[in-house]
Structures are given as C-alpha cells and as structure tokens.
Design a protein around this ligand. Structure first.
Ligand SMILES: [Zn+2]
Length: 319
C-alpha cells in the first residue's frame, strides 16, 4: 500500500544514479511533490479493494469463551493470566475512554452494549467477532478449548511450560512477585496434566516422566486439535537454556524429584477475571477469500486499521 510519503520511493532509480548525488535527487523529489495539486488518496483504490477481500490469520490471541449466564467465568484463556501479575497501566490507546475503544465499540455493537450483543449471539459471539474484524482464523492460546471457541475459526495452541518445570521451583518463584504467582499457576496446570494421565505426582525418573507425562500430554493435545505449543518461559526464567546431556539431566531430575513428590499443589492467585494484554501478536494476511461481512477493519488507513483491530479485539474478547 503506497501512501503519500512513499511517492519518492516510486521514482525511477535513475534519479539516484551516481551522476546525481542524493541531495540533488532529494530536491527533485521535493519539486515533484510540490507540483501535485490534488491530494492523493491514502491508498490506491484498486489495491484497497483487493486488500478488502483478504481475510487474516490472527496468530496470537487469547479468546475468551462465551458462557451461559450464571456459569463460572472462563479462565482457560491463558496459562498465566495477567491478573496474576503486579498491577500495571494499560497502553494509552487501550485505556477506558480512549477514542480507539469508543470507535471500536460503536463499529462492533452499534448502539447496543457488548452484553446485549453477547446475549443475542450467544455461542456464535466469538466467531461473529472474527467476521466483523476480517479474521478468518484465530490461533487461540488456551489451556483448553471449549464451547464457542472451536475449529475451524479457532485453532488451538496449547501450553508446554508446566512440563518443563517439573521440579521444585521455589527459588525461581522467589525472584519476583510475578513469578511467585506464575509458578503457582504452572503447578496447578501440571497437576491437571498429571491427572489426565492417571498420576497425582511426578514419576521418580526422567525417563518415566518423559514417557508417562510429557509424551502423552503432547499427544493428547495434538489429538485434541492443537496445532502448536505455546511457551511462556520468558515470564518464568532466563531464556539462556544450556545444552545438557541426558545422563546429567536424569541425575538432576532424580535428585530433586523426591521433594516435589511430597509437595502439595497450591491453587493460584485471586482468580478474578482480567484482560490479557501487552503480549499481542501480529495479524498475518493470507490468501484471497470472498467476504460476505462488512470489513470494518479495512476501511481505514493502515495504522488506524491496526489500532482499530487491536481495540476491537480487546473490547470483544476480554472479560
Ligand atoms: Zn499470549
């Protein structure tokens, strides 16, 4: 998509040949730009129309399930929900009362409230939101999938971190208040993984742990439709992983597995719902599909479009 400022880059390369030093070329560009009398559109209309036909893949999101009124709120939208972290401020554009959120609310819900629209759409609500923001497929980073968050519109990305921290993480957890809450959550998730394979504690050897817990858990996730594994290791430890031979790893595991055997798994944090933010991914454009829905995201300049989509997604999916 070319914008007005890109006109200089569209000039033939001869303007920047060796015989014309950059400053001269730059002045010529300015001269050409100055001759333009009519304001240029933000984008070539034909190109914009073409782009409007393209649906997107949102490759990193934490969509919240629609639940029946009175049902327990969904907490499966993240292994480490941000309400486990120390308080922090929202990005300026996403704070309550920001113009971007107001615009997204108006475009998504018209004169209705989010609650009214959700009540009308019920379990179709998440997929309906994808239609509104021009997203064909959303990769759902979730502990588990469930009603209203289903393929083909939502594809599962499961969590692996609980598997890579099977031992006593007390020292790591003590480093920061955030980690204290996070490791409690990982302990809880690992307990679910163990339960799913019929165990209530980790096995005493690394080989057994790999065979009875790690492999079956990954296989279960794959059979459940997972197309990838999410690691949130950066929130839990340094990312400087040393290569360790299997014998050394097995010796360390065997030495430290015993205390964990006796350690009870504590339930995490306060459990209140809070939006996930600040870890959003990129929107990837893919393929050409006919859209039957209004493409409210693409009726804007690129930067406004990104801001709008971000706001709409947050507004629509976060509790
Ligand atoms: Zn995330």
């Amino acid at each position: 998509m070319r914008e007005r400022g890109d006109s200089a880059r569209g000039l033939p390369s001869v303007f920047f040949s060796a015989s014309l030093r950059p400053p001269v070329g730059f002045l010529l560009c300015l001269a050409f730009a100055g001759c333009s009398r009519t304001p240029q559109p933000l984008a070539d209309p034909n190109l914009a129309a073409e782009i409007r036909q393209i649906k997107a893949i949102d490759n990193h999101a934490h969509p919240v399930r629609w639940v029946v009124p009175g049902e327990k709120p969904d907490r499966g939208f993240d292994a480490l929900p941000v309400d486990s972290m120390e308080p922090e401020s929202d990005p300026v554009a996403l704070r309550p009362g920001s113009p971007a959120l107001a615009e997204a609310s108006h475009a998504l819900y018209g004169g209705q409230s989010k609650a009214q629209v959700m009540a009308a759409k019920r379990e179709q609500y998440p997929a309906w939101v994808l239609d509104q923001i021009g997203v064909e497929t959303m990769l759902a980073n979730r502990v588990e999938m469930g009603r209203s968050i289903q393929p083909p519109r939502f594809r599962w990305v499961a969590y692996a971190d609980a598997l890579i921290f099977p031992l006593d993480n007390t020292a790591l957890a003590a480093r920061t208040p955030d980690r204290k809450g996070f490791f409690a959550l990982e302990d809880q998730l690992r307990a679910h993984y163990l339960e799913a394979v019929g165990l209530n504690h980790i096995p005493s050897t690394l080989a057994e742990y790999a065979a009875r817990v790690v492999t079956p858990t990954l296989e279960r996730q794959k059979q459940g439709g997972a197309i990838g594994e999410k690691f949130e290791a950066a929130y839990l430890r340094s990312l400087a992983f040393d290569p360790v031979d299997e014998a050394t790893a097995a010796r360390i595991y065997a030495r430290f597995a015993v205390p964990v055997y006796r350690r009870r798994v504590r339930p995490p944090g306060n459990g209140s719902a809070h939006p996930h933010h600040g870890r959003s991914g990129w929107i990837l454009r893919r393929g050409r599909r006919q859209s039957t829905e209004p493409r409210i995201c693409l009726e804007r300049s690129r930067s406004a479009q990104d801001a709008f989509c971000h706001a709409a997604r947050r507004l629509a999916f976060h509790p």
